[in-house]
Design a protein around this ligand. Structure first.
Ligand code: B12
Length: 238
């Protein structure tokens, strides 16, 4: 067990490379079903904590663009893994860690972890929302580590959706059901239609007023939605 090293919340390397949202969990404090899901992915024996790294807003994309390396099959995963490994090598050289995510195939329940961190509040369009980043954040890496950092505090409580009366996300979505829900199948069908306005973005997500200032640049939105559209297309062709 290591007691020294730089806490993820204080890391200059993570901040500088856009992994600007971090959570530390003691493994022994995680719910049993979540711990079992993690153990299936990678044995937890010999580790004490789970560190979760995410990005909010535009910094990560900017950092990758600055590195000039938006090429290859998984540039964001590669950059995130490199950044986390630099964080350990340079700021926590005495710690041992094992990557849990991103790994192929990955089944780690990231949004459940996000819920525990206070980052994830369910939204009608199923992307987690919080008051600090709106829906403009995503999980980029998770590791098991033999660190002994102070677990992070849960991010400020309430769901921004609770106080959102107008629900512009629902009004903007072309496949919303009469019950006010957005079914995944209908969402995917709509995105695959020729000329769909949902193909390379999400009308509901971009209509969400929570932290609209953190919204990704159009280029980043097009990148992510292009990737997910490809995945949906491949899935449907199987
Ligand atoms: C599989 C998956 C997808 C599949 C979903 C198909 C499916 N489930 O059959 C596809 C490829 C469509 C997808 C797309 C996207 N995804 Co996705 N996805 C995942 C993944 C790997 C697993 C989710 C899952 O199936 N969980 C298990 C089931 C049992 O959980 P569930 O709660 O019942 O249902 C989940 C999904 O089925 C989905 N879902 C269920 N019903 C509906 C309905 C609608 C309308 C939508 C949009 C989603 C949706 O959301 C639930 C929460 O994860 C997670 C990462 C992870 N390991 O958790 C990311 C994840 C949920 N995705 C994420 C994102 C950002 C997206 C995209 C917005 C990508 C982008 N373009 O930027 C799109 C949006 C979806 C859309 N409008 O097309 C983020 C969400 C971040 C956040 N802030 O909460 C995650 C957490 C990945 C990450 N690294 O951060 N995704």
């Amino acid at each position: 067990m290591k007691t020294d090293g730089v806490h993820p919340n204080d890391s200059a390397i993570l901040a500088h490379h856009g992994l600007n949202l971090q959570a530390v969990f003691d493994l022994c404090a995680l719910p049993a079903d979540l711990l079992a899901a993690i153990d299936t992915e990678q044995p937890v024996a010999g580790y004490r904590q789970l560190l979760l790294f995410a990005h909010g807003g535009r910094d990560l994309w900017q950092a990758i663009a600055d590195s000039g390396d938006l090429t290859g099959e998984h540039p964001i995963d590669r950059f995130s893994v490199d950044t986390v490994s630099r964080y350990f090598d340079e700021e926590n050289p005495a710690s041992r860690y094992r990557l849990l995510y991103p790994l192929q195939p990955g089944t780690l329940p990231l949004q459940q972890l996000g819920k525990l961190a206070g980052w994830h509040h369910a939204s009608p369009f199923r992307i987690g929302v919080n008051a600090r980043w709106g829906s403009w954040f995503a999980y980029r890496a998770a590791v098991l580590a033999d660190t002994a950092f102070t677990p992070t505090l849960v991010m400020d409580g309430a769901s921004p959706c609770d106080s959102c009366m107008e629900k512009p996300c629902i009004a903007a979505c072309p496949v919303v059901s009469s019950a006010g829900e957005i079914p995944l199948q209908a969402c995917m069908d709509e995105r695959l239609k020729p000329g769909s306005r949902c193909a390379m973005s999400c009308l509901a997500r971009t209509a969400c007023p929570v932290m609209a200032v953190a919204r990704y640049e159009p280029e980043q939105i097009a990148y992510h939605y292009g990737r997910s559209l490809e995945t949906i297309g491949n899935y449907r062709r199987r």
